[in-house]
Write a protein that binds this ligand. Sequence first.
Ligand code: FE2
Length: 494
Amino acid sequence: MQTTSDLRGHLFPDTRVFTGYAAPVRIEGEVHDLEVVGTIPRELDGAYYRNSADHAHPPLFDNDIFLNGDGMVHMVRLENGHADLTTRYVQTTKLKLERKARRALFGAYRNSFTDLPEVAGQDNNTANTAVMWHHGKLYALKESGRPYELDPLTLATLGERDFDGQLQSKTFTAHPKYDPETGECIAFGYNTQGVADKRIEVYTIAADGHFTRTEAFEAPYSSMVHDFLVSRNYIAFVICPMVCDWERVQRGEPYWHWDSTKKTQIAIFSRQEGVKSIRWYTCPVAAMQTHSFNAWEESIEGSTVLHLDHFVTGSGWLSQFPDIHDPDAHERPPFGERWSFNLSDGQDWFEIRRLINHVGEMPVIDPRYAMRRATQFYFGTSNTALGPMLPLGPKGPPFTCLGHYDETRDTFDFYYAGPDSSPEEPYFVPRSADAPEGDGWLMCMVGRRAENRTDLVILDAKKLSQGPVATIKFPCRVHEGFHGTWVSAKALSW
Ligand SMILES: [Fe+2]
């Protein structure tokens, strides 16, 4: 197979994905006692983990995408006002094979038909999207493969996991949901055999790691199921027309394409009754859920109404995957929406209203309020009243701000990170176990693009516009990432 790397040699392509602030970093290591501006709150004793896609080798194809990078996990250990940084690749099967060969062997994103013959049949999982902390273990997640367990103190890779045979699927979502009341993890897998199909498996994992329920249902078509929603009593999947056509994949085309002629459909079923209670709803427009805040139920005049709070766009992720009908189409900005379903009236329609009237993404809430009504919403955003947009990056325009929407007061508050600075996904940590909703800290990586560095900032979640209470300065850049979590020192037995 002729790949563009044959012509390029051992160099990264000169594209937006591989140059400038997006260039691969590839440095594994530890930095002790980072510089700190301000004061790290003493109650923050634990570790912030987050995952990123950081190509370890120049790709086989010049047009490779950001999402195809190798999983690189970053950990910032906070202890007694001090901070240490650890960066480590996830030692996937893919990375180990490519390190041995000293070159890329796997081709386009999730497309085994573009891999080199010497890795035929080998797992292409990059484990690059999220981290999961559950039943006392840390995992690196990617929706196209199984979890990789990491040592939470060192980030050393302990191996790919099927939870002692309980996970039959070859895939596991990067967006599991954690029930703060029961300690359960609700998760799913799609394209479970590694090829495009319509089957979705749903798992309930008890706090001790045992799978207490595995069920499956069929979606109307094979699509990217990146996120989902869980309330106290219901599970909801938004099936979006980011579709996979296996014949196209076999021809070497991108794994996903956006097909706006297909309808967005929503599956809702009871957590207790399972998939036999499934009901389908059709969205009036082709819409794509990018990421979810939360799902919650409300009783209105004797009816049960399920609310889905999430970011939604009218296009697919066109910065990564093409529109099948319009190759020149541009990605549309996502806004926070509330989709409300009356589960008692037998109707198949639902109500859509805009919840966050600012372009945004990477939504989070206070995790103690997951699955019930949450009123404090945090997200990455840009606010041109505070500062200009930044140059386009490989996954679209970088954020310039973090936003906070307080639904109880209907107010917005913003942290503007400064010129040439780009906040990433935030994570909320409560001030104490019994603090009121929203009383705590927001931590977030911030790209200092002009300095080619990264900071971790800690903000009072109620006072974003006042700026960080602590800015933890890395002496170098770590690659822009996706999703993270916080684990207390007590939980880590550190
Ligand atoms: Fe995600």
